[in-house]
Structure formats: structure tokens, C-alpha cells
Ligand binder design. Structure first.
Ligand SMILES: [Zn+2]
Length: 454
């Protein structure tokens, strides 16, 4: 019955052009190679980020979309030199990298004794014992729990450690696998609070520090040259497929153009950028009822200026944003569709998605969906849709020097682009938009994310 309905709702020739185009044209991977290899790292404020903005604008125009830039001011943090070593009980190099936004160390670095903590409350409980020490933040990501369980250690650890008088923080990298590469990511200070340097050490170095601490005192030194420069003008890149019947109703497809500076961000989030571009290109040829808008955000990694700026600039339109989808989970194959809408959302979308069966996806289900850049739309009751991907290898290279093109399998990338194209077309063509969910409070005022299933 459902299958029959699926055939009726998504015409087979449309499904064939969307899925077939993504799988056979090879454009997503070709563009990812261009973005990763010829533009390179794209941290906000960098020359690479600006080159990526120009590139994306041109490629959207090449695809026949109406494309323009929307200005945002972004932070400009630069890494500088960084090194570290264990001084005693024996000399070892430390493979470390500064957390994004961290202050640097004084000339000559910071040395001191290490003290271990495993949670934000444990930092607070150290009290006076932490004064002048370097706090080592250990955790079990990879063995027990996922990114969402531990990312708070990175975003708030140095701020908390500064409050108890520590001199610096070494965080065990947030990673599920490691060949001794450290993984960066943003840390946030409180405006009025102390600002102490924070760096991530590789998983192997974290294990070593932990073992040495079982034997007795451990002394380390770290030198970080990172610093912040004045904010820079940058832009979100927006491309539109104008709806043929109700152009003021918008299906938003998002991804972020910026990446960390350690590598080319092939999976975070170059993959998402080309998935969204490819979906928009394929949907444009089908002239759907509603507008499909690709938004390639700037500054997801260290500030969310693009996500917040878009929501502010388009506030008057958000009641007519009928759905938002963000591709920011790497380049893995698609495994399912999650629908965060009003009651009956997944049931309404499901009959349109029969074509996804051939791509190996599970049926659409109601559940959590969203993404950092589109999270500012949640208070406006915008339904959130996610094409879930296989992320089993994503956190091995995420935010590290190993996030490079060779980690991407062209076929998996093309399948995800196909799935996003089908979902985007369905959302833009179904006669009635999805029911809207109740408004959510802005993310900053919400509890940290629930533990991920993996
Ligand atoms: Zn990302």
C-alpha cells in the first residue's frame, strides 16, 4: 500500500533523474576535490575561507541557481606555533593542538604539574588543589559514549579550569580512533572570567599521561602561539531554486563552508557543502512547487555567526520556512531519514521517499533532527529534517589534520547527495507542508545534548 502510494507521489521519472543524476554525474566528488585540494583549509577570517565564498558563489551560478552573498562578521583566530612535552618523570614529546579560540601561552610556554579531572563538576571539586596546575581532562569517548557526551569538556573546560586557578588545560582529543593526531574544536571563555590556554593532546598522549599519573607526579610544558585578531567581514553564500507555485515557501538546505585550519575539512564540512550543492542542482531541473534555498554558512566551527546572522536577517520569512535540513555529518552513506516536525510529520513524508529504498535507507521516522547552523530556526517552529549518515569513521578524523579527501568514498557521498535531493524535492513538492513542531528555546539556554545512541 505504501509502496503503491510512493509511486504515485514521487513520479518514477523524477526519482530516476534525481537519484540517477547524483549517482552517475560524479559532480559532488569532483567539486569536493576542487574545494579540498585547490582551496584548502577554510577557517573563518582566513584567505581560504574567502576563496571558498567566491568559489561557492560561482559554482551555484554555474548550476543555474540565483545566487548571492549575505554579509556576516566573523572571528579571526590564528593558531601560530604549538608544541608540548612531558618533562618528568621522563621526556616525551606531546602531540597537541590548541583549541580554537584559546589564548596563547606567554613566551617560553607554561610548565607545571598535571592534575586529572574527568568532568566539569570534577574540575570545580578540585578547588585549591588545582591552583597553578595544568588540568588534564580525560574521558571515555570511543569506549563509552559519543561526541555529544564529552564536547562540553572542550567548550567549557578551560573556562571552568580558569575559575579554580589552573594555569592551562590539556584535553584528551574528542575522537573514536587515533594514529596520534590531536583533534581541535572551539572552546568558549566567559567574558568576565579568567582565560587560560587550552590544547587537545592525541589519544595516545592522553593514555600516556594517565598511566604516568598512576605512578606519581607528572610535569609538562606547552607553548601556544595562538591569538585572536579583529573580526573580519565574510559571508554566507545563498543559492535559490525559485518555486513555481508558492515561491515564498522555503525549503532550506544548509551546510557550512568554513573548516578547521589543520586540514582541508573534506568531511567537515566540505562533504556537506557539495551534497547540498548537488541536491539543489538536481532539484532545480524539476521546477518544484516551493523554493529550495541552499545556504552555505560561514563560521559554524567557531562562533556560528552565519547561522545566527541568517536567522536574524530572515526573521520575517521564517514562518514560511517549511523545512530545514543541514548536511554536517561527514561523507558517509545515507542510512535513514529523521523528521522533527509536528505530529504525523514522518508519516506524511514517508510515501514520497520510496526511491530511497534502492539507496539502502531505513524508512523515515519521527525523531531529533537539526544542525548547528539551522538551530537558530528552532524557536520559530521550522520543521527539521535529517538524512542520517553512517558516521562510524567520522570521529576518527573530525577536526584533525587527517580530515582530507582520501577519507571520502565517492559512491557513499553520491548516495547521500541523492537522498538529500529526493528529500528536498519531496518537501518542496508535497501539496501540504509538514505540520510544524512546537517552538524550541534557543540552544544556548538548553541542556547539553542527550547521549547519542553511539
Ligand atoms: Zn561541521
Amino acid at each position: 500500500m505504501l509502496l503503491f502510494a510512493a509511486m504515485l507521489l514521487l513520479p518514477p521519472d523524477v526519482a530516476q533523474r534525481l537519484v540517477g543524476g547524483a549517482l552517475s554525474d560524479g559532480l559532488a566528488y569532483a567539486r569536493l576535490a576542487e574545494l579540498s585540494d585547490t582551496i584548502g583549509p577554510r577557517l573563518s577570517g582566513s584567505a581560504g575561507a574567502e576563496a571558498a565564498v567566491k568559489w561557492a558563489l560561482q559554482r551555484l551560478k554555474d548550476d543555474g541557481l540565483a545566487a548571492h552573498l549575505e554579509k556576516v562578521m566573523v572571528p579571526h583566530w590564528v593558531r601560530g606555533e604549538e608544541r608540548g612535552e612531558i618533562l618528568s618523570p621522563a621526556a616525551h614529546p606531546l602531540f597537541l593542538t590548541a583549541l580554537g579560540g584559546s589564548v596563547g601561552t606567554p613566551q617560553g610556554g607554561i610548565s607545571g604539574e598535571v592534575i586529572e579531572a574527568r568532568s566539569l563538576p570534577e574540575i570545580a571539586a578540585l578547588g585549591e588543589r588545582a591552583r597553578g596546575k595544568i588540568i588534564f581532562l580525560n574521558h571515555t569517548m570511543g569506549q563509552k559514549g559519543g561526541y555529544g557526551d564529552f564536547v562540553g569538556l572542550r567548550t567549557h573546560g578551560p573556562a571552568e579550569a580558569g575559575r579554580v586557578g589552573a594555569s592551562a588545560v590539556l584535553l584528551r582529543s574528542l575522537a573514536t580512533g587515533s594514529l596520534r593526531s590531536p583533534h581541535t574544536g572551539a572552546t568558549n571563555y566567559e567574558a568576565a572570567g579568567p582565560k587560560i590556554p587550552g590544547a587537545a593532546v592525541s589519544v595516545e598522549d592522553a593514555e600516556l599521561i594517565h598511566r604516568l599519573l598512576q605512578r606519581g607526579p607528572v610535569k609538562v610544558r606547552l607553548t601556544l602561539g595562538c591569538h585572536s585578531l579583529p573580526d573580519v567581514e565574510s559571508a554566507n553564500v545563498v543559492g535559490e531554486v525559485r518555486g513555481r507555485e508558492t515561491p515564498d515557501e522555503v525549503v532550506l538546505l544548509g551546510a557550512h563552508l568554513d573548516s578547521w585550519d589543520l586540514a582541508t575539512g573534506a568531511t567537515d564540512d566540505g562533504a556537506g557543502v557539495v551534497i547540498v550543492m548537488e541536491a539543489a542542482r538536481l532539484v532545480a531541473r524539476e521546477h518544484p512547487r516551493r523554493t529550495v534555498r541552499a545556504v552555505l554558512y560561514m563560521n559554524e566551527e567557531n562562533g556560528l555567526a552565519g547561522g545566527k546572522g541568517y536567522a536574524a536577517a530572515h526573521q520575517s520569512e521564517l514562518a514560511r520556512h517549511v523545512a530545514a535540513l543541514e548536511a554536517d555529518s561527514g561523507a558517509g552513506r545515507p542510512i535513514g531519514v529523521s523528521v522533527q516536525a509536528g505530529e504525523g510529520g514522518a508519516a506524511q513524508l514517508r510515501p514520497w521517499l520510496g526511491a530511497l529504498e534502492s539507496l539502502g535507507l531505513a524508512e523515515a521516522a519521527d525523531g531529533d533532527a537539526g544542525g548547528a547552523d539551522i538551530s537558530p530556526l528552532e524557536p520559530f517552529s521550522v520543521p527539521m529534517i535529517a538524512v542520517q549518515q553512517d558516521t562510524s569513521h567520522y570521529f576518527e578524523t573530525h577536526h584533525s589534520a587527517a580530515d582530507t579527501l582520501d577519507k571520502v568514498q565517492p559512491e557513499a557521498l553520491a548516495k547521500t547527495a541523492a537522498a538529500v535531493a529526493v528529500v528536498a524535492y519531496a518537501l518542496a513538492e508535497m501539496p501540504q507542508p509538514l505540520p510544524r513542531p512546537p517552538p524550541k528555546a534557543p540552544r544556548e539556554s538548553r541542556e547539553p545534548p542527550k547521549p547519542a545512541a553511539h
